[in-house]
Write a protein that binds this ligand. Structure first.
Ligand SMILES: [Zn+2]
Length: 440
């Protein structure tokens, strides 16, 4: 659309124009002044240069005067558990009864969207249909929440992460995971999850310190992993893995598992393997879980300096070292911190962006791209999500300030002046006049 269209009677009804904004488009280019027009649920126009309009109505369009604020893509969490209910540990997440759990899952979805996350890839659900139903109700516009890809419960081995049932009460409902042993059980489990409508299959390929099976153990057999991948692939489903150990990262690469979660203990050999096929994989370390479990969970019984906390300190140190190496090798490292425990509450997800800058050696621009551009890619929507480009989906944040000079402002919800998802405001901006009065 040319500038003159505004005066030539072109149909601008229903358009929303963000004018007088600094555009942080997440392509890697430094923010520039300009205007962004949204028509329907897509970005129809990105123009550089000064503003043509003040706020208000022009023709049929609604014009929003950004007053110099930053317009950037909505953030995307690569490892999101909407059914993790901010409870103090794995067991209290699992023990919540289904009816409450569904409602709480929708509450979590709103918290995440309120925090500026307009999309997320489900990493695992606490009960089989929670993610599937949450996604459907969000997509139908019945509840607020991020664009979401639904996971099912994690598939795990006997005694692995997610198999918490005591031996004298061997009831599968006590487990956060779906416990399998042998390829045929894997086959049936994957098919059942696909039947209920999940978008991805999640395998627990390593242990986890807090559960008793060590993070450096690799319990699932090659035959089981191969079966899961074959069954998922023939139904066009993406595969994700909880993979902290070096052996489990190698399993991910050998079997083409797209989303490698954690990867803290990946050794040089696995880094070489991963770099060679880096266009096929994403890594999301879930670093907030490590930091907060080691250092900020005393109120919930994990005392800093205790053996468990020290184990997480050790893994955190390994994780930082490994992620720095991956970043240098050009492997895509995404944000998403395993939020949803009492000490990693949903809605604090943007903390990851700062952690990537402070601890992993990302530039602010790189960290923001890890939260946007790479997010669009891990959602398998790289041609329409995660950047501000013409034709892309209109998932946008209007941010008071410059996130490139201080990424921590993304954690302050009052600085998220507007949150748009799919061309509609979840949080509508105040008018320029209202904002002038607020700051006067
Ligand atoms: Zn997780």
């Amino acid at each position: 659309m040319a500038d003159s269209d505004w005066n030539s009677g072109a149909d601008t009804s229903g358009e929303i124009v963000f004018t007088n904004v600094r555009i942080l488009d997440a392509t890697g280019e430094y923010p520039y002044s300009g205007e962004v027009t949204v028509k329907g649920n897509r970005i129809s126009r990105v123009s550089r240069g000064g503003s043509r309009f003040g706020g208000g109505q022009y023709g049929g369009a609604t014009v929003i005067d950004g007053m110099g604020a930053t317009l950037m893509p909505g953030m995307i969490d690569a490892h999101l558990h909407l059914s993790w209910n901010n409870a103090p540990g794995i067991d209290p997440i699992q023990m919540m009864e289904l009816e409450e759990h569904m409602l709480v899952t929708m509450e979590m979805a709103k918290l995440v969207l309120d925090a500026g996350f307009t999309s997320g890839r489900g990493a695992a659900a606490a009960k089989p249909r929670l993610d599937v139903v949450a996604k459907r109700f969000i997509n139908e516009g019945r509840y607020p929440g991020p664009r979401y890809l639904a996971a099912g419960p994690e598939i795990t081995t006997v005694g692995g992460l997610g198999d918490a049932a005591p031996s004298h009460i061997p009831h599968e409902g006590l487990n956060l995971g779906l416990v399998v042993s042998g390829p045929e059980e894997v086959r049936r489990t994957v098919r059942q999850l696909i039947k209920i409508g999940v978008d991805s299959i999640k395998l627990n390929l390593s242990g986890e310190a807090i559960t008793g099976m060590g993070a450096e153990e690799t319990p699932m057999s090659e035959e089981e992993v191969a079966m899961a991948c074959a069954e998922a692939r023939c139904r066009n489903k993406v595969i994700s893995a909880h993979a902290r150990s070096s052996g489990s990262v190698k399993q991910c690469i050998r079997h083409g598992i797209q989303n490698i979660y954690h990867a803290s203990f990946a050794d040089e050999e696995s880094l070489d393997m991963l770099e060679a096929v880096k266009d096929k994989h994403f890594v999301a370390p879930g670093i907030a879980w490590l930091i907060n479990t080691a250092r900020h969970a005393e109120e919930w019984g994990i005392v800093p300096g205790s053996p468990l906390s020290m184990e997480y300190e050790r893994e955190l140190e390994m994780c930082v070292d490994t992620m720095k190496k991956m970043h240098k090798r050009g492997i895509r490292v995404c944000i998403g911190g395993d939020y949803g425990f009492a000490w990693t509450p949903q809605g604090t997800n943007a903390k990851d962006v700062q952690t990537f800058v402070d601890m992993l050696g990302f530039s602010p621009m790189e960290a923001i791209q890890a939260a946007t551009k790479y997010g669009g890619e891990i959602m398998c929507m790289e041609h329409e999500l995660g950047m501000i480009k013409e034709g892309y989906l209109a998932d946008l944040l209007l941010v008071d300030g410059d996130p490139i000079s201080d990424v921590s402002i993304l954690q302050e919800q009052k600085r998220l002046l507007a949150i748009m998802k799919d061309g509609k405001f979840h949080k509508a901006p105040k008018t320029g006049e209202q904002r002038r009065r607020l700051t006067a």
